[in-house]
Structures are given as C-alpha cells and as structure tokens.
Design a protein around this ligand. Sequence first.
Ligand code: PGA
Length: 224
Amino acid sequence: MLIAGNWKMFKAQAETRAFCAAFEPPDGVDVVICPPFTSLAAAVEGGLTVFAQNVHWADDGAFTGEISVAMLQELGVAGSIVGHSERRQYFGETDERTARRAAAALVAGLRVIACVGELEAEREAGQTDAVLRRQISALEPHPELVVAYEPVWAIGTGRTATPEIAQEAHAFIKSLIDVPVLYGGSVKPENAAELLAQPDVDGALVGGASLDPDSFAAICRAAL
Ligand code: PGA
C-alpha cells in the first residue's frame, strides 16, 4: 500500500518542519509526502520519503518556472506527481506533456504518480471510460509508475467516490495498464479503510487530510 500526501500550495518550510516533528506514520506502509518545491529540502531533512508535485522532462534549458529531475534528485527527492487534475484544469496540462514528464522521471530513476480522472460533466455524460482510456493510453507501464484515479468531482469537495465507484474505475484502469492504482478525492480518516479495502485500490493520494499530521497518520494506519 502506498499512501501519498499531496500538500498542494500549502506549508512553507517552518510548517513543514513542524509537521515532520509531529507526524508518526506506522511501519509497514509506504508513506510519501508531496510538499511545494520550496519545502522539499525541509521535508527530506525531516526524514520523510518525499515526492515533488510536478517535474519537467528536459535536463535543463529555457523553461521558466519548471524544475528538472536532477534538481529534485540533488535534494534527495524520490519521485513526483505528474498530470494532477489541478495542473490540467488551471495550467493547461495535457496528456502528452504528462506522459513526457512521467517518462523522463522514470528513466532517471524517480518514482511517479500519474493522475487521471473524469470531470463531473464527463461522468454524467457517460464518458468516464473514454476519458480514462485517453488519459491512460498516453502512459507506458513501468515498475516505478503508479496511477492515481482522482475523479475531479471528488477532489477537495468532501464528495468521496463510493467504494463501488472507485473499485469499478480502478478495475477498468488496470485492464488498460498493469500498475498499482491509488484512489484520490476527499480521502479522510473516516472513509479510508473502506476505500482501501477494495480489491483494486492499492493506496491513496490524499490532499486536505494530509496537512494535519494526526489525520494523515490515521489514514496511513487504515492501510495496514
Ligand atoms: P483532496 O485532494 O483529498 O483534498 O480531495 C486530493 C488530491 O487532489 O490529490
């Protein structure tokens, strides 16, 4: 089981150090924290396994605002999220660029969490499978690649997918690509065990509930 905390644009260095001091994850669960770029080093120093929230595919170059794989590795960062729905919705991220980011990171030895998931309107229009198929078809399987299924209507809304909806989508994704699949979207201590008990749910990508060390530790314990 992999439980990853996506902090999004929360927690500068001092808050990151305070989190590390208070966070007591259980043994036996693969726990990862994804802080903002400027807090990566503090999280590594705090003894956590740390992923970035995005990574560029080029070794270096004129790409203002981007961060390379080697820059992350120099800090001791172990992996990266790519293609998060907030990147897709607000920053124009595409399937093609998500795939390039994933491929470059994997080749260089980073682990990758590649995010997929349908919008509410797409689910209502019966397009969920087609959207997931399109997003997944851009990715190549790799031993260090994990997919996160995050229905966009469930992210930050408190509207978690039911375990049945999650299981159905995860089974479909696994019919397309043979990698572990995390569930993301309003995972909380109260619903984590039920979601993680589904046969094709291999872990969770947690946003809001990963910001508090006690609530994130409770979600990690639900994975045992
Ligand atoms: P949430 O975010 O848990 O706050 O819904 C999940 C994510 O966006 O990764």
